[in-house]
Structures are given as C-alpha cells and as structure tokens.
Design a binder for this molecule. Structure first.
Ligand SMILES: *Cc1c(COP(=O)(O)O)cnc(C)c1O
Length: 436
C-alpha cells in the first residue's frame, strides 16, 4: 500500500471527520514554493498554506531564528515573565501598519483570536455593543467569529446559537451588485446601519479590505474610504481584518493602504510569522490602552518561538522587498489569467491585487437579466479545474460564498520559472475541463 494511502487509513481511524484536507497526499517536506509528499511527488504551491508562508516554506531566516530560540527557551508566558521578542514584534506591527499615529499592539495565537480581541477592545473603548460586518465576510471559526462570518456551510451549520449584536450589511461586490460605484455601495450599507442599528450603538465596523474566503472580493474604489469617514463621524472603531491581505500579500504592507485608508485597529496573523502560529491586534494607543491591565492575554499569546519567527519573516520581507515581489507576481500572472478568461467563457471575472489573485467562474458571461445578482455561479468547473491542477502538480485553492472562485496565493519568493510552470498547468487544466 502506498504510504499516503496507509496514512489516510490511520487518519480516518484517528482524526475527526470534521477536519478535512484538500489533498489526499501527505507532506514529507517543503521549501520555497514547492511541497513534496511522502511518495516524492512534488507540487508547485499556489496556496502558501492559505496565505501563510509568504516568505516561502521553511524560509532560511525563519528556520535559523526558530532553532536559536528553542535552544534558549520555549515558553515562559508573557503575562508571567516577559521577553524582548514580544515587544519587538509589537514595535514592528506599530511601525508597519497604516497611519503615523501613536499605536500599541497585543499578540495572540490565531486569526480568530485576534478578531475576538479587536471586538473586545472596540466594545470596551466605546462602551457600545453593536458590531457591523459584511456579506461574504470571513473572520474565523470560534463562537464570536462564526457569528461575524457570513457563510453557513461549512463554517456555521448546526454550530449555533451564535453571539449577539452582530449586524450584516451588503458588501461592494462589483460582479454581483451591478457594478455600483464604491460611494453608492457604501451609502447603501450606511443607510442600513443608521436605520437598523443606530450610529450611536455601533462599537465597530469590521471589514476585510479585500475579502479572503468569501471570494477575493475587491470592493469598488471609494467604498472603504466612505466607511472610514462614516466610522469617524459615528465614533465607531474601524477594524481592518488584514489577516489574509497583510504583510506584503497585495504588494503593500497592508491592503488598506491601496486606498489610503487608515483603520483604527488592524488584525494580523497568517503571513506574519512565516508558518508559526502568531496573531496581533494593532491600533490607536488610546483605544488599545483603554483596556484595564489583565483584560487581554492568553497562555500562549506571543509565544517566543513564534515571535522569533515573525521577526525573521519581517526581516525577510524587508531584505528581499517582498512588496515588489508581490507586484511582480501580479504583472506575470494577470495577463495570463486575462488570456485564459478571453478563451473560456466560464471565467466571468479576474481580480485581486499583488499575489492575491482570483478568477470567478460562472455559467456564461453577465447577462442582462442576471445583472443584479451577477451571472450564475459555477462551482463544479472551479472544483474540476482545481482537481486537474492537483493531479498535474499544481496546488490551487477555491473559495467564495458560491464556491466558484479559483484563488492564487503563491509564496512571494516563487521564481518566474515556477510561476509560469504553474500557469501552464492551470492553462492545460482549463483546456481539459472547459474545452479549448
Ligand atoms: C484566516 C482568516 C481568519 C481566521 O484566522 P485563523 O488563524 O484561521 O483563526 C480571520 N480573518 C481572515 C480575513 C482570514 O483570512
């Protein structure tokens, strides 16, 4: 029996069915932009473990920093006996997140935990209960973050009851809202907030500047700035969930910057620590410091090994200019994705920024009758193309409320040769599945 098959059997007997995997193969090692399984099969990685290994898998600086740290100490708990690297990661977060104002940070273990804490902090600071979120949003799988997340299957189904005081309003989604200008889409959302929630009840407006799991939805220009302006007027905290978009992924340290939006709080995780679990909440000093001492924390939050990895990852991003690398990836990928779209009518949209790009697949192009909600989603072709890619040695992920979006998140250190080889596989997969 093949080794992966054998591991699959052990897994079925030991691991909950609720935790599923995209590939049936088991990883033996990985480096840069490739994964190799226990049988020696290799994949070009267009997923980065969901936008985590932006500096590449087993990135040399990260590996060295982690080795050095585990030999010094593995854990003390920052709430008991603090250490320098936690402070240094907070300094980096304060410097790199948008805005020149005085900032503070706190560290946690996962993205969901960061989002929960951002909401705690915003409620504490404002003394208000309501949190406004958007259609197609994804913020995690804990009880509060399930409530903040839009999609039922697989994230929420039968896992309720959910936390209260969460209010969902329409997102700007150009393919599916008839191409509403950003300010008009924002006015639609703001009208709902004012009429159904009440401006003075809103603690926070929480938004992904480019939505991740919800389909790599890029809001129309003007949408984010209008929400920024409204939140300021309403005295609400604008939280940018940059867990997927942050740390060079979109060709900038943070995606909010593409529209010069300065959030009050920013949540980070994924790309922050080169593969180790670490998350942060960063924001205005007066908001972050409103919380009483002891009000924030956790046993492992800001673990020293994860902090060492984060400092090494950030050093790599600076030294190798991974913002420029992400923009270069966009310049190589976008023309080829547009060429694919021109040959395959199932591709209704090509979108994204930097190394966070996607294609939305539908049944035919936009028709007049479908203009209001956009063309009918085609998750079957998305799944079939992804499967054909996996079989041919390219790891791609799908996403989207309708499961019909192919998303591309290569490590930012991917070479042009690997990038083009991956795109050749994608091209062939489309030919195989959708015809030429
Ligand atoms: C992945 C993700 C989260 C949740 O992070 P976890 O580390 O999986 O808890 C939250 N928000 C966004 C935008 C994400 O992409």
């Amino acid at each position: 029996m093949a080794r992966s098959e054998e591991l699959g059997k052990r897994r079925a007997a030991a691991v909950s069915r609720g935790v599923s995997s995209l590939l049936p193969s088991y990883v033996d090692h990985a480096g840069g932009a490739t994964l190799t399984d226990v049988e020696g099969r290799e994949w070009i990685d267009f997923g980065s473990g969901i936008a985590v290994t932006s500096v590449g898998n087993a990135a040399p600086r990260v590996v060295e920093a982690v080795k050095a740290q585990v030999e010094r100490f593995t854990h003390t708990c920052f709430m008991i006996s603090p250490y320098e690297s936690y402070v240094a990661v907070c300094e980096q977060l304060n410097e790199l997140t948008p805005g020149e104002h005085d900032k503070r940070s706190a560290l946690f273990n996962s993205g969901a935990e960061a989002v929960e804490n951002a909401v705690k902090i915003a409620r504490h600071h404002t003394g208000r209960p309501a949190v406004v979120v958007f259609d197609h949003a994804y913020h995690g799988r804990t009880n509060l973050t399930m409530a903040l997340t839009a999609k039922n299957m697989p994230y929420k189904h039968r896992f309720g009851p959910f936390a209260g005081e969460i209010y969902r309003v329409p997102m700007s989604y150009p393919l599916r809202d008839g191409g509403l200008p950003g300010d008009v889409a924002a006015a639609r959302a703001i009208d709902l907030i004012e009429k159904q929630v009440g401006a003075s009840n809103v603690a926070a407006v929480l938004i992904e500047p480019i939505q991740g799991e919800g389909g790599f939805v890029v809001p129309a220009p003007g949408f984010l700035p209008a929400l920024r302006e409204w939140a300021t007027q309403a005295g609400a905290v604008l939280i940018a969930d940059e867990i997927q978009t942050g740390f060079c992924r979109t060709g900038s340290w943070f995606a909010s910057s593409h529209e010069s939006v300065v959030p009050d709080l920013v949540t980070t995780a994924k790309g922050l620590a080169g593969g180790l679990p670490l998350a942060g909440v960063t924001g205005r000093a007066e908001i972050m410091d409103a919380v009483h001492p002891g009000g924030l924390g956790g046993t492992y939050g800001g673990n020293p090994v994860a902090c060492a990895a984060a400092l090494a990852a950030i050093e790599t991003m600076r030294a190798e200019d991974l913002n420029a690398a992400a923009r270069h990836i966009e310049s190589v990928m976008l023309p080829r994705l547009h060429a694919l779209a021109s040959r395959h009518a199932v591709v209704a949209d090509v979108r994204g920024r930097g190394a966070m790009l996607a294609m939305e697949l539908t049944h035919g192009g936009t028709t007049e009758s479908a203009a209001r909600t956009g063309p009918p989603p085609n998750p079957e072709v998305a799944a079939a193309v992804a499967r054909a890619c996996h079989e041919a040695g390219l790891l791609v992920l799908t996403c989207g409320t309708y499961g019909n979006v192919l998303r591309f998140l290569p490590p930012l250190v991917i070479t042009d040769a690997q990038l083009n080889a991956g795109l050749d596989i994608l091209d062939a997969a489309f030919g195989e599945v959708a015809g030429n």
